[in-house]
Design a protein around this ligand. Structure first.
Ligand code: PEP
Ligand code: MN
Length: 295
């Protein structure tokens, strides 16, 4: 595939993350997961860590439906200073309790370079949010954090700029990077963002890094999440990032785009027709099956 021909000759600006004959695929290993290999990895959970009960309940539900990674923001980048800002370290502790109880790996956002150390103590994957894609001090600090990084596309960033930010992390010493398309700002207002699905085949053509899609932020509309998740799977995304909450309409942030447990389970069943995922019971582990069966 030829991406925009203007990109020709510019790979030197992101040579560490560009695909070459010698390096055509990076597989990011986290606990027993391989992201960028042949199976499809689903990361799911609330937008924000609100309470221990909310996180544990969600972790069990998404694990039972077949997710392999639990998401949840302990540090929240909010557009308004009056919105909930996250529980911080207390939230990280809740996530690690959910990991102990379910076996799910943890992804959570890190917003500033001063938090890299503490977030890396608890998280399996460090998420860089859309507002931080150009925070070069943060990207550099992630070079030595010892954890894989999920780098979200800036909401006004071109793919070339996303790859340049990935290059900053790689140059700083960390080649374990997962790229994430989460929608960009356009003139369209029917959806919260415009989910640029063409980004997936473009990025997979020019880069060796795994690429996942976040249709929750990409659309901002609950009803659109499952169908865009299916589209992402069909075009070769390596996985998904999905917002799920026990009572979505009461979520403290991003309620309109958040799935219920039933919506999520239905979405996962649908996806099995398009991608290979480990059976849910292998991921969830027997204790969850017993818990589910007893109810
Ligand atoms: C999130 O994943 O909750 C988040 C804040 O995402 P983004 O940075 O894409 O807005
Ligand atoms: Mn969110």
């Amino acid at each position: 595939m030829t991406a925009n021909s203007q990109w020709n000759g510019q790979f030197s600006r992101f040579d560490l993350v560009a695909k070459t004959p010698e390096r055509c695929r990076t597989v990011v290993h986290i606990r027993d997961l391989a992201i960028g290999a042949d199976s499809f990895v689903v990361m799911a959970g609330p937008c924000a860590v609100e309470t221990e009960h909310q996180v544990l309940e969600t972790a069990e539900a998404v694990a039972a439906a077949g997710a392999q990674v639990l998401r949840g923001g302990a540090y929240k980048p909010r557009s308004s200073p009056y919105s909930f800002q996250g529980l911080g370290v207390e939230g990280l502790k809740i996530l690690s309790k959910a990991r102990r109880e379910t076996g799910l790996a943890i992804i959570t956002e890190v917003m500033g370079e001063e938090d890299v150390g503490v977030v890396a103590e608890y998280a399996d994957i460090m998420q860089v949010g859309t507002r931080s894609m150009e925070n070069y001090a943060l990207l550099e600090a992630l070079g030595s954090c010892g954890r894989p990084v999920l780098l979200k596309r800036g909401m006004t960033a071109r793919l070339e700029e996303l790859l340049q930010s990935a290059q900053v992390i790689a140059e700083a010493g960390n080649a374990e990077i997962i790229l994430c398309e989460r929608g960009i700002r356009t003139f369209e207002t029917a959806t919260r963002n415009t989910l640029d699905l063409a980004a997936v085949p473009v990025l997979k053509t020019v880069s060796h890094l795994p690429v996942i899609v976040d249709p929750s932020h990409g659309t901002g509309v609950r009803a659109l999440v499952p169908i865009m998740a299916r589209a992402a799977a069909v075009i070769g995304s390596d996985g998904l990032l999905i917002e799920v909450h026990p009572t979505p309409e009461k979520a403290w942030s991003d309620a309109a785009q958040t799935l219920s447990f039933d919506d999520f389970d239905e979405m996962m069943r649908d996806l099995r027709r398009y991608v290979s995922m480990p059976p849910a019971f292998e991921v969830a582990g027997p204790q969850l099956l017993v818990a589910g069966g007893a109810n």
